[in-house]
Design a protein. Structure first.
Length: 606
């Protein structure tokens, strides 16, 4: 929706930001301003400030965000601007005048059709014609409260009643087709998409019905049928149950992802209100976008007939890559995650050929234990692949390493990466040097099959002085010493990015074109640092690949440096050292903006 700027001003004039934010955060007076622990990330020291005179807010901590009341609602509710605008307009009584009327009218028409259809399906379910469906739901312990809460219904088989009702109201044939409730048959006549099925409305976050899921009650195929893609429905962009779950997910910082509608409905019926359904096994980038903004802990609950099967392994591998790679390319710049880390993903698999619906219906205590003992995703994949292919001989072990290598290489955090390597070493019962060699071989095979450079992994060979040095700094210097045209990179590598004094010395010598002197050093800590750098295992790369690897490493060094600055700022906040925001906030905001830029441009060029 496009609106006049005067309407935005009217809304702002009717809202006191301090009062509005206080509904979500406990504010404390701090001079002329108000402060609180930031609601968008975990912290012990308040870094979230509201400025009454400017009617703005700003986080000086990890999320580095700020703005006016619209930005606050967008952040709290994970809304697009249009949704935030509509909510604030409703709250203040401002009537919005849409300028893009055609698109708005189309969306409104389709939502209206879906709402009418949903009410019609519910009427059918509660009528004598829905008796068999009600018995089916009763046998599955789905009570009337749950039916009402989720808007469950029943589509008749006559292929005309819903169509006639919608046409009688005044909707056109093409509107019914656009909404996905009808299509044209071979004779060119309207034919209803859903007939003789249990109907499940699929809602977006604000509660609007975008489409439907439909379950057959006999042996007809497919068992589940979804609305076709429409201007307001795209299955890949929706998490079923998100309208009921998102507040709890944000509060608990944890989301449980199940596969089917009934799994989610059962979970909510029994009070597990942080559960959503992917409507399929593999999560899409759009669904992951929503999850990463809401929670840092993800538990994927798999049906037991799928767990360990090859198709599910592929889907989990796909989901892993989506989480690692981040969101879609056109991510809005405001979608800064709570943390720079990717969510922690765990897998909870069901026993005895059951799904979450079965387990929760039988025993909530058992469900609690299954979720509590969910395995880290890497461990689950490792053990599942081991069960499928074996690990008793050299060939099967090599195959397992090659299967898991892309996952290990996709992880940018060297500490997390090292944990995976150690887990795999223990699982295969091999020496570390043997596993590292196998990973290097797998890496070479991987790069020979695809692009020369994907994500470089820093798997360093053990060195005596490992603890006293920094593998990230050493990796950077190793490439820098070998890459042509060093001068083009030197202006972007700042000495303050390095923590190890000897590495700073080496960087300084490189910047002064004194690399030849490094070979003449015969003793001391600098020699130890040089030895450690030389021990770094850098995969074979051509010149463009070297440049990309170096750029990424410099970016990571800068990210680490900026986070250290933020830690120092938090310490100053805890000591109430910041008193004059006008003179002291400029450097803080510059740091915040750089962090935000880096987070949204992970593979930025130099």
């Amino acid at each position: 929706m496009v609106v006049d700027l005067t309407q935005i001003s009217d809304i702002k004039d009717k809202i006191d930001l301090v009062e509005y934010v206080s509904k979500h955060v406990t504010l404390q007076k701090s001079g002329q301003n108000f402060k609180a622990n930031c609601p968008f990330h975990q912290e012990k020291t308040p870094s979230f400030y509201v400025f009454p005179d400017k009617q703005t807010w700003r986080c000086f901590g990890a999320c580095a965000d700020g703005g006016d009341v619209f930005n606050f609602v967008m952040k709290v509710q994970n809304f697009e601007f249009s949704a935030a605008l509509q909510q604030l307009a409703d709250e203040t009584g401002v009537v919005l005048r849409a300028r893009d009327k055609e698109q708005e009218e189309t969306s409104s028409t389709l939502k209206s059709i879906n709402q009418i259809a949903s009410e019609f399906f519910t009427e059918n379910l509660l009528s004598p014609q829905g008796k068999g469906v009600m018995e089916y739901l009763s046998n599955r312990n789905i009570d009337s409260d749950t039916i009402e809460s989720f808007g469950l219904g029943f589509s008749l088989s006559d292929n005309k009643t819903l169509t006639n009702r919608l046409l009688d109201i005044g909707h056109k044939d093409e509107d019914l087709i656009s909404a996905g409730v009808c299509r044209r048959n071979d004779m060119g006549q309207l034919s209803e998409v859903f007939r003789g099925r249990l109907m499940i409305p699929i809602r977006i976050r604000n509660g609007d019905i975008a489409g439907f899921g439909a379950r057959t009650l006999d042996n007809r195929q497919p068992k589940y049928l979804n609305s076709p893609q429409t201007p307001i429905f795209d299955k890949s962009r929706i998490l079923y149950g998100i309208d009921k779950a998102y507040r709890t997910i944000q509060k608990d910082n944890t989301v449980v992802v199940v596969e089917g509608y009934m799994d989610a409905i059962r979970a909510h019926k029994h009070g597990y209100s942080n559960v959503v359904a992917s409507m399929g096994t593999a999560l899409t980038s759009y669904q992951v976008d929503q999850i990463k903004v809401m929670a840092e802990n993800v538990i994927m609950a798999l049906d037991s007939d799928a767990a360990g099967q090859q198709a599910t392994i592929r889907n989990l591998d796909s989901s892993w890559k989506v989480f690692q790679n981040g969101a879609v390319a056109k991510r809005n710049s405001r979608d800064i995650l709570r943390s720079s880390k990717n969510p922690v993903i765990k897998i909870a698999s069901m026993p005895n050929g059951e799904d979450p619906d079965d387990v929760i219906n039988r025993s909530t205590e058992e469900w609690d234990k299954i979720v509590e003992h969910a395995k880290p995703m890497f461990s689950f994949l490792m053990e599942s692949l081991g069960d499928m292919h074996g690990k008793d001989d050299a060939r099967s072990k090599t195959q397992l390493v090659e299967s898991l290598a892309p996952i290990i290489f996709s992880v940018s955090d060297p500490i997390e990466q090292e944990e995976y390597v150690e887990s795999l070493r223990e699982y295969l019962e091999v020496k570390e040097t043997t596993l590292l060699a196998a990973l290097r071989n797998a890496r070479e095979k991987q790069t020979s099959r695809g692009p020369r450079y994907q994500r470089e992994v820093e798997i360093a060979d053990n060195a005596d002085n490992y603890i006293s040095n920094d593998p990230l700094e050493a990796f950077c210097l190793k490439i820098l010493l070998n890459v042509p045209n060093k001068e083009s990179y030197m202006e972007h590598i700042k000495e303050e990015y390095f923590n190890v004094p000897e590495n700073k010395t080496i960087l300084s010598m490189i910047s002064q074109n004194r690399e030849t002197e490094l070979a003449k050093i015969e003793s001391g800590e600098v020699l130890n640092a040089i030895s450690y750098i030389n021990a770094q295992n850098v995969p074979p790369m051509n010149i463009p690949d070297q440049g990309q690897a170096l750029r990424q490493t410099i970016n990571r060094l800068e990210d680490r440096y900026l986070k250290n600055i933020k830690s120092e700022e938090e310490l100053m906040f805890s000591q109430e050292a910041f008193t004059d925001f006008d003179s002291q906030s400029e450097s803080i905001l510059k740091t915040n903006e750089r962090i935000k830029y880096n987070q949204t441009n992970k593979l930025r060029d130099i």
